[in-house]
Design a protein around this ligand. Structure first.
Ligand code: PEP
Ligand code: MN
Length: 362
């Protein structure tokens, strides 16, 4: 199995600078998912609760929206702040929001746990400086056509103010492709890891632009070692006042969060630091184990059909010994005897699950 060592090396970042969004750590043992509707709109508290139930670790709470067209919904502005407060109180989750102008930072202070500097603002150096001076955590999105160097230089504006609570966020870049809203640059995760110790988040929503493509991009980002995900989620996506086409449902969000937990469980075992944390990891491992066993059983059925056609015996004891030997090396804690028992139980049950074949009986 080449997958696990590759994921380990791709996703482990011993030296990542850890950044906090409220109590949530980014750049540590878990990959938090920050989720919520694109913009805070009427009904936001229920949207936030749905994201929380789906496993979000922090909430998008953008009360101000940079929009391409002035006629589009621009967010509720300060009228949305009580909704943020309520969502934060009910869910207990930290909230992030985007300031568009210098004064907005003051307006958001006390209501949010991190400032989101949007792609369009990455070059706004006064805003970067002010965000740095605020002392608040800053999530700095990559400009639509910014190089890694330009993006890191923008981060320097924040850190130069003595604020190293900075998370970089890849959100897709502008290319000649028009099917997706932007092209997710997965390379950014691998390359930036060598250029900076700042954690790297990925926003698959603004890259895909289409909800059904968001899970693939999210999983790609996780596999490449992203430190956090930023995802647009709405209980009724089509009713979303902003970016409706790319909003995923809480059900899909839940599956992405589960995938993130399963990958973390495989590659960052330190995640299990409390009874409930351990149980969450065990649940995701069991889900993954049985998902794979179901697949194994299907393959066993296929191999049995081929063996039957080739008139080969149902069982091959040499092959079974090889399996035990190979997987024993992967499971020193279990030891060879337990591995032997487990492997034979798996082989027996998979064979038992093969539907009785009329030709076999004949
Ligand atoms: C956002 O995340 O709210 C947003 C506007 O995205 P971007 O700045 O990446 O376009
Ligand atoms: Mn959006």
């Amino acid at each position: 199995m080449i997958i696990e060592p590759l994921l380990l090396s791709a996703t482990r970042r011993q030296d990542t600078h850890q950044v906090k969004i409220g109590a949530v750590e980014v750049g540590g043992d878990t990959v938090p998912v920050i989720a919520g509707p694109c913009a805070v709109e009427p009904g936001y508290v229920e949207h936030a609760v749905a994201a929380h139930r789906a496993g979000a670790s922090a909430l998008r709470g953008c009360v101000l929206k940079p929009r391409t067209r002035p006629g589009s919904f621009q967010g509720l502005g300060s009228a949305g702040l009580p909704l943020l407060d309520e969502a934060r109180r009910i869910t207990g989750l930290p909230v992030i929001a985007e300031p568009l102008a210098l004064d907005d930072i003051q307006m958001l202070r006390g209501h949010v746990d991190a400032l989101l500097i949007g792609a369009r603002s990455m070059h706004n150096t006064p805003l970067l400086r002010a965000a740095g001076q605020s002392g608040m955590t800053v999530i700095l999105k990559r400009g639509m056509s910014a190089t890694y160097d330009e993006w890191l230089a923008a981060a320097d504006y924040v850190t130069a103010e003595g604020n190293r609570q900075v998370i970089l966020c890849e959100r897709g870049i502008r290319t000649f492709e028009t099917a997706t809203r932007n092209t997710l640059d997965v390379s950014a995760i691998a390359v930036l890891r060598e250029m900076t110790d700042l954690p790297i988040a990925v926003d698959p929503s603004h890259a895909a632009g289409t909800a059904r493509w968001v899970p693939s991009l999210a999983v790609a980002a996780l596999a490449a070692g992203a430190d956090a995900l930023l995802i647009e989620c709405h209980p009724n996506p089509s009713e979303s006042l902003c970016d409706a086409a790319q909003a995923i449902t809480p059900e899909v969000l839940w599956r992405i969060v589960q995938t993130s937990l399963a990958l973390c469980a495989m590659t960052r075992p330190a995640v299990a630091d409390s009874v409930s944390g351990c149980r969450a990891v065990i649940d995701t491992i069991d889900d993954a184990v049985f998902h794979l066993l179901e697949y194994r059983a299907a393959i066993v059925e296929a191999v049995q059909q081929r063996k039957l056609a080739a008139m080969l015996p149902e069982r091959d004891l040499d092959r079974e010994h090889e399996i035990v030997d190979r997987v024993s090396r992967r499971a020193p804690r279990l030891g060879p005897q337990r591995v032997d028992r487990l492997v034979h139980a798996i082989i027996d049950e998979c064979l038992d699950a093969v539907p009785a074949c009329p030709q076999a009986v004949a």
